[in-house]
Write a protein that binds this ligand. Structure first.
Ligand SMILES: Cc1cc2nc3c(=O)[nH]c(=O)nc-3n(C[C@H](O)[C@H](O)[C@H](O)COP(=O)(O)OP(=O)(O)OC[C@H]3O[C@@H](n4cnc5c(N)ncnc54)[C@H](O)[C@@H]3O)c2cc1C
Length: 410
């Protein structure tokens, strides 16, 4: 049997392992003491703390949902949660998505609601150069300037004018003019894709992650620090030999582990930008919504995930998320502004959390991926492909690669 090394036991690596293990001798090499990567949780006072940020599962992709429910964790072991997301906008709590909450905005600022409506309905398709243009074109100037541009400047840590817009089309619900009008005359009904999601009945996402990794050979606490390509095999960390290597580790680091990577590829790898995220888990007063967005620069938090409302029965727990590195003391201080955040319970600063789509993203990520392809090193997953993928897309990408590898073998 051919030997395959998979670097990283996050959602992508575990899915690949699962799909390849019957046909190959598969070893997953994971630097952490636990599997799950960005999606893993830590148990704090009997509560799943999503250390990189709150996660929920949903997908438009039926193949993925069928795979999860039929092969990983049966549907009856999940509960279905209605999204009830809010935005703290101009000192008022309004419904998400904002473009369906114009009626709510009119209750405290009629002129602003009128301008948002007028601009949305008169916006026209135009050539788009950057993310700012894209928001102006899709949502009209007022919604773009009042909400989308400030919120996105905050979560990306850069001006949307300096960002590419290629990622956003699949990420944001884009209403058409008829839907916008319907929301104006009806009550806001959040029926967009992802308006509901699944969470495991165990009230811990790790149940899903562990089910995904069932029966796999994972070597934990193993940091891959050197990858060498031989004539017909690969050597990892100067000792273990494999017939094939699949990497799910960040694309900006992989070229530096390989001997003989050309200088221009190393330069491209250095240009790949990403953001970290700082998180704090809190005990809270009861709240109704599933999460809240904070576009204003008045607070360092961009989102409060009321993770306790993902659970059945619900718990009073919230995760506050802030882009970049913030100290424990800074997060506690920022939490004092919110009367429902009672007591900090845990804190974490991530490594790679968000790919940044700046001007170099497309060109430099392509150059690195093309190079890795040319030496037959597969790089896959959110940071392996350097794309803004959710778990379902990572799983789809893993499925595509597993199919390709199996068909070559056959
Ligand atoms: C704040 C936040 C919220 C999110 N919310 C959602 C959500 O609600 N729903 C959803 O579907 N998706 C969500 N996502 C996206 C989701 O987390 C990712 O798509 C998915 O977890 C990525 O999996 P991956 O295996 O590709 O990468 P990773 O999880 O990054 O896995 C890579 C693995 O490689 C390991 N590794 C790295 N370097 C080495 C090395 N040198 N040697 C050995 N091992 C190494 C890492 O430790 C890690 O375990 C969210 C992401 C973030 C950041």
């Amino acid at each position: 049997m051919q030997k395959i090394a998979i670097i990283g036991a996050g959602v992508t690596g575990l899915t690949l392992g699962r799909l390849l293990k019957d046909d190959f001798e598969v070893t997953l090499l994971e630097k952490e003491t636990e599997v799950g990567g960005i999606a893993r949780t830590r148990n704090i006072n009997d509560c799943a703390y999503h250390i990189v940020g709150g996660h929920c599962l949903n997908s438009k992709n039926k193949t993925i949902m069928d795979f999860i429910f039929n092969e990983i964790l049966p549907k009856d072991q999940w509960h279905h949660v209605q999204r009830n997301a809010k935005i703290f906008f101009n000192d008022h709590l309004i419904s998400y998505p904002i473009e369906f909450a114009i009626k709510e905005i009119a209750q405290f600022d009629k002129l602003l609601a009128f301008n948002m409506t007028q601009d949305f309905l008169s916006s026209k398709e135009k050539p788009v150069r950057n993310l700012k243009d894209w928001f102006m074109q899709k949502f009209g100037a007022t919604l773009a300037k009042e909400y989308f541009i400030p919120y996105n400047s905050k979560i990306w840590g850069m001006n949307p004018e300096d960002m590419d817009y290629v990622w956003v089309q699949d990420k944001l619900p884009i209403p058409n003019k008829a839907d916008f009008f319907t929301a104006l005359i009806d009550d806001n009904k959040d029926t967009m894709p992802h308006s509901t999601f699944y969470y495991p009945n165990s009230n811990n996402q790790n149940t899903f992650i562990e089910a995904l990794g069932l029966g796999l050979n994972v070597v934990k606490n193993f940091t891959v620090s050197a990858i060498k390509k031989n004539k017909a095999s690969w050597t990892i960390n100067h000792s273990d030999e494999y017939d094939m290597v699949i990497s799910t580790m960040p694309l900006n680091l992989t070229p530096f582990l390989l001997a003989d990577t050309p200088q221009n590829i190393l330069q491209h790898a250095k240009k790949l930008k990403f953001n970290k995220v700082s998180n704090m888990l809190w005990d809270t007063k009861p709240v109704d919504d599933t999460w809240r967005y904070y576009p204003s620069t008045d607070t360092i938090f961009h989102r409060h995930i009321h993770i306790g409302n993902f659970f059945k029965p619900v718990k009073t727990r919230t995760i506050t998320e802030s882009i970049g590195v913030h100290s424990y003391a800074e997060m506690v201080q920022a939490g004092r502004k919110f009367d429902y955040l009672l007591k900090p319970l845990d804190y974490n600063v991530s490594e790679h959390a968000y790919v940044v789509y700046d001007e170099n993203h497309q060109h430099s990520s392509k150059a690195v991926k093309d190079y890795l392809n040319s030496i037959n090193l597969h790089s896959v997953g959110r940071f392996g492909e350097w794309e803004y993928y959710n778990m379902d897309i990572c799983m789809q990408s893993a499925m595509n690669l597993a199919k390709k590898i199996k068909s070559r073998q056959g």
